[in-house]
Ligand binder design. Sequence first.
Ligand code: ADP
Ligand code: MG
Length: 718
Amino acid sequence: MLEPDILRAFFRPRGVAVIGASTRPAALGYAVARNLLQGGYEGAVHLVNPKGGTLFGQPLYPSVRQVPDPVELAVVIVPAAAVPRVLEEVGQRGIRAAIVQSGGFAEVGAEGQALQTALLQTARRYGLRVLGPNCIGILDPHRKFNTTFLPPPPPKPGGVAFLSQSGALAAALLDWSYPRDEGFSLIVSTGNQADLTWADLLPWAAQDPATRVVLVYVESPPDRAAVEALRAAALHKPVVVLQAGRTQAGQRAAASHTAALAGSQALARAAYRRAAALLAPDTRTALAWARALEARDAPRGRLQHIAVLTNAGGPGVLATDALAERGFHLAQLSDEVQRDLRAFLPPAASVANPVDMLASASPEDYARGLETLLAAAEVDGVLLILPPPPGHSAGAVARAIIPVMQAHPKPVVVALMGGRLTPEAEAHFRAAGLPVFPFPEEAAAALDAWARAQTRREAAGQAPLRVTDADRAAAERALRAARPGWLPPTTVAALLDAYRIPRVAEAYAATPEEAAAAAQRIGFPVVLKVHAAGVVHKSDVGGVRVGLRTPEAVRETAQAWQARFGAAWRGVVVQALAPQGHEVIVGGLRDPRLGPVVMLGAGGVEVELLDDAAFALAPLTPADLDALLHETSVARRLRGYRHLPAVPDQGLREVLVRVATLLADHPQLAELDLNPVRVTPQGTWVLDARVRVGGAGERDKAADEKEQSAVSREQGAR
Ligand code: ADP
Ligand code: MG
């Protein structure tokens, strides 16, 4: 993690040097100087320009080396080609934090990439940490600290910290929020992330007292470090993630089911789940979530049963759909509550949920209706719909309900629908710190944000599960002799046994005679499977026979395979016949960014077709385990499906935790496919397992990466 002192130098420097401050009003270097000097920042601001002269009554120093103390941060806005040289001087001046806003680096191709590498090398030599290049810098509206070149006025102070890989998106959202009176606690633009990433800066936002929720716009796929940073932040406050590149299909070689299913999005989902972040499906939802969480903490109590209060039918139905789609239930209003509503509403009003008070509803009706619903034990929260009422002003309704909203701990979201007739109402809500949303869907999304934040808060505190009875040394021994590639059945069996992953009774036989004898020991009926070089999917080549009842049948089958596979034949696996049950796939792989990952898929060859699989980072937390079962159809299947019985999921959970521990413990393991795992009322067993050890190339790459990050840590620590 970044040293606290470096973070402070970026966000709260005692002095800043603007390198590339320009006297030309059209230049970005002019705008940066203006924003820092005239924005109200309390620290020292020094300007640097080799041409000398003055700007805003300040001297222009020819070089940063001449800048007096205090100076802790350099803001660099010179042409790209000059940046490495400038950073040299910044390093010599003893400054350890720099924001490089200049563009013309990796984003423009090979030449820019070379400059970016040079920039990084210079920075490393001096232990200088760099934000950018190609970014718009840092903006703290509360402290009036603004290193950007954005035109004034700066955003209003608020509770949302926005970390963005895109400067343009940051600028656009600031502009969008301004007329809505929506503020920010911090804006951080990270640009090309040559050195520091948003994950490095996240701890500052998580600790910042003015920040109530963090919104992160992410372009690069998450890695373990980002996951850990998000998870640590989630212990302090909710983090909403908007990830770009959602639709890029993973381009993985489909050597196994697991690899084929590990599309980049499935892995990103797994990563953000472990990170305890709220992964937003789109920009509007991300904003609605952020504003909802800015306005209030997630409620402590249950948030499941929602009442809809409206003066119009259509929006009420839309709200009902939007709630159901997000997993909420419409609260079932008791007779008593319905009677209380009936007491003041016209006879034609609907007092069942959604409560439709009709167009004649007055501000007093709204207040009384809301009061009644919030007081009902069966209601956890209210979605209130306010199109401008025909006979009253929306502003009057707002004035009437705001005290009710503020007096009650249960959450209320308002869909304030309209434009020309709603500004007064909107101003009242904003002044009270209550968010409003233009449509029922976004209001429902706000409730969803609170519900999600509740579960994330719990998940962030969960420690990963590890089995304690595994024989790690035995697994190491089995792997020591293993060559890269798919492991032989005996090694696979040794690995599973070391981690007590239950497999069906089996024996390996090199000849038909041995096979018949093994079958007799195991007990009939048995299952016979061919082991032949190059055969991956045994049943595809007729290499699986289920339910053989005699030694003769076993011997004859083995003989037939021996003749058929010729030189490729290695032997057979004899297995006990497993009881009837549900078949699932448990997979595992080592992702270059995320490390060990486990997959659960609903069984059968159709799993790829149906996209009925979920991933989680190994080792698994209890929340991961639940998600694997519930994000797939597995949880539902295990409750009983067609001719298959209901089976408790404990055995399967156990297998998942053990497999995850195995993968996490042994970095040589590259890929693993347990297909199928059969889950039965009598027990859970692995019927077929394949395990691959990573090639030398793969391992070298992983080792290289480790080494590199160790080097950069060392240099960064100087
Ligand atoms: P492959 O995947 O190489 O084709 P498997 O070993 O997975 O071969 O076997 C194919 C199918 O045969 C399994 O999905 C399962 O339905 C059935 N099967 C395999 N082993 C057993 C067993 N021991 N008991 C009952 N059925 C089995
Ligand atoms: Mg199989």
